[in-house]
Write a protein that binds this ligand. Sequence first.
Ligand SMILES: [Zn+2]
Length: 312
Amino acid sequence: MGYTNSKLVNYTRISPNRTSGRTCIDTITIHCVVGQCSVETLGTLFAAPSKRASSNYGIGYDGRVGMYVEEKDRSWCTSSTYNDNRAITIEVASDTTEPLAVRQAAYDKLILLVTDICKRNGIKKLVWSNNKNERMNHLNGCNMTVHRDYANKSCPGTWLYERMGQIAAAVNAQLGPEPWEKWSDGEWRYKNPETGEYVADMWVESGRNLWYYIGPDGKMVHGGLTFVHECKGLNNAGGDAGAFPAGWFYFQPDNENGCLGMMKTGNITIAKSTTDKVQGFNTAVFSEAHNGHFGACVSVNGKAVKDYTELP
Ligand SMILES: [Zn+2]
């Protein structure tokens, strides 16, 4: 699975205090810095190997975003390898005294950042629980944890702790309803998130810049090479993504991981693929130049289709 990073980042300083690789991304852990510092100050702190601490992201007092450990790697943030292997950790600038309050600009950016993380990593809904056992064991869909569960600390402080439910609600309002449905016929259909109507003969973008083609019959096209005539596309928010050119597209079977590319008419060039699983086209030239004009049917909202929970 390909990991990405947030485009909301204003400042990057990768910390040596990290471990390469991670298990997955299915959890959000929000911390408080205990200091109204900038992302640069946080970067300096995490740059010291002796600190043995880091976070994936930090939000300064002014709402700017720093990245210290890429999402593909594990930060050393929550006193728990288990948690940090699956969580994106975010340090938020806060007061130094209880309730360790966070400024409005930082809070507002936190909502945007967490929403972005969820969208890119296929987290469809953020679920908070006031029950420590539910948090630590991810029960009842809970996918938010806090530092105090794993160490004798007050982190994330009273102010943020009391707002976790509110943060989840604000993020979920941004995430919107789940647009994908797998019907009993085994076929995937897609609802425009804005109108709630099923789409047909249309490309839809579903996070991570992966594109899927919904055929004229309203079913997601998968498995093999298909010619798609010129049609329009929907972006992740349900908006107009413009016209897509006609051409041959190669679609992966929906139970295989990977990405697939558009084969342009005429010159037989695969526009993009991130895997050698696109059999038979291994000698083709792959280019990022056609970004946005390639399709995928191997994952839904960032999750492999085989791992996707079927809707009732
Ligand atoms: Zn913490």
